[in-house]
Ligand binder design. Sequence first.
Ligand code: ATP
Length: 209
Amino acid sequence: MLGGTFDPVHLGHLRSAVELLEALVLDRVHMVPAAMPPLRGEPRVSAAERLALLSLGIGDTPGLVADPRELERDGPSYSADTLASLRREQGREARLVMALGHDAFLRLADWHEPERLFELAHVVVIDRPDHDATLPAALRELLVGREVEDGEALMAHPAGRLLRLRLPSRMAISATEVRRRLAAGLSVRYLLPEAVEARILSRGLYRHG
Ligand code: ATP
C-alpha cells in the first residue's frame, strides 16, 4: 500500500511505486488516496477528482492499482483501517507492506495507532532527496528492534519490520511544487504523466494558489 493525498499524483509517486514493486518483488502496489488526510489541511481538489487523476496516471501500468477504499469510508482516513481491510482480503499469511516517503515517516509516531500499523504490515520508508532529518525520540522508540537491512528480511514474516529503502530514481518532485507551478501559470511538463497534465489544464484545476 502506498497511501497519500495525491493532490495531484506526480511522477515521483508513480516511479517510486514501480521501483518498489520490483525491489520488494510485490504482487501489486495499491495506491490509496486519502479522502480526509488526518494530519494535514484540506486537499485542493475533491477526493473523487484526485482518484480520477491517479487512475489516469497509472493507466495500464502493470502491478499498480488505484484503490478507492478510503473514499468509501466515512471519517478520517486512517492507514491502520486501510491495512486492516487489506489484511482481511489477503489473509493472515500474506506479506503486507505500507510504503511511505521519508517526510511522512518522520511523523509516523503521531499517526493513529502507530503500533497497530506494525501488527498489520511491514513499514518501508522511501528515501526522498529533499527530505533528510534525524528521527524524533517517539519515533525511535516505536522502531526499537524492528529495523532490517534488506528486502529479503521481509520475506519471512507477514508484518512487523521496518526497512529504509533507497530506490534507484530518487525524484525531487512534490505535489506542493506542482500546485505552486500551476497556480503561477508555469509548466508542469515531465513532472506528471501527460494525461494527468492534460486533465488538470482542461479543467482549470489548481489554477488559483
Ligand atoms: P505534498 O507536497 O502536497 O505534501 P507529496 O508530493 O509529498 O505532497 P503525497 O500525496 O503527500 O505527495 O505523498 C504520498 C506518499 O508518497 C508519501 O508517503 C510521500 O512521502 C511519498 N512521496 C511523494 N513524493 C515522492 C517522491 N518524489 N519520491 C518518493 N516518495 C514520494
